[in-house]
Design a protein around this ligand. Sequence first.
Ligand code: GLA
Length: 345
Amino acid sequence: MITTRPFGTTADGTSVTCFRLENAAGAWVEVLDYGCILRAVAVPDRAGALRDVCLGFDTVAEYQENHQGYLGAMVGRCANRIRDARFTLDGREYVLAANERPNHLHGGDRGFDQYVWDHSIEGDTVVFSRTSPDGEEGYPGTLKVRVSYTLTEDNALRLVLEGESDADTVVNLTSHAYWNLNGHGAGGVGSHTLSIDAIALTELGADNCPNGTIASVVGTPFDLRTACPLEAGWDADHPQIRQGGGYDHNWVLRGSGLHRAAVLAAPESGITLSLSTTQPGLQVYTGNFLPETAGKGGARYAPRCGVAMEAQGFPNAMNLPGFPSVVLRAGERYHQEIIFAFGHN
Ligand code: GLA
């Protein structure tokens, strides 16, 4: 069942709508047409009580003021960093907004997270769409994108990300939701355990962009093939951990097609989150630089009070030919899926 309610307006006066998706079991999710933001996900803990496990805000103004945290947002046209905010495609160099100097991050000064999208309701699915004009933030091609959210009866949230362009371009969309499986206002996520189906990660250079090296995780704090508490690794004495200020890295996923990539679990609540995706990479960001802010209902947010699991193409792929391509050719279809499946133990 999907219901809607007004969610205020943006600073320039555009109306924002909140969509509430609820299943027969009583689990519910809220998404906004502003930035396709996932603002709440209420799922049962092991005692059967619903907990909202997704960080978010109560007003559009707070999303706009805190946009650099990308809470719950759909990030695009290209998630993560592009070194020196430039790339070459079909022999031509494109210069992008250098919103994280000297790099381009998460789509630029005004990425997809900062627009009100068109919407439609198709059965149990909310569909958001927008047309990103040729040249937006420096990217070539008029790109039509469509993002849909469906809450299943077994407490899985399915995101389908689609796009089509009239010229060769770059597309790499992801959801930037932060999770705290004890409840969004429950404090640090250090005791959460995380497993990732990967034996390698893309090594970061001093500029926080992957340098092209695919590094083995074996014997490092990045080996999460067996679930580990986040706090066991995020302050480890390892050069890559120091570079990211904790976990803020892209793992090279082993599976192909729609595959299970990671499982996050909170011992206290018993809530588990299993992430499946068609994407080749998983950026895990342990909120190392989340500012001290008031979140929904006056909850106190601070560094490391949530963890983002961003299924995506590899960062800086446009400048590293050995990485899987994030180019979308004119007339071809972009199609990716991310499934957040909730359970408890
Ligand atoms: C990604 C980046 C982080 C940070 C967050 C948003 O995870 O890798 O460094 O920019 O997004 O704040």
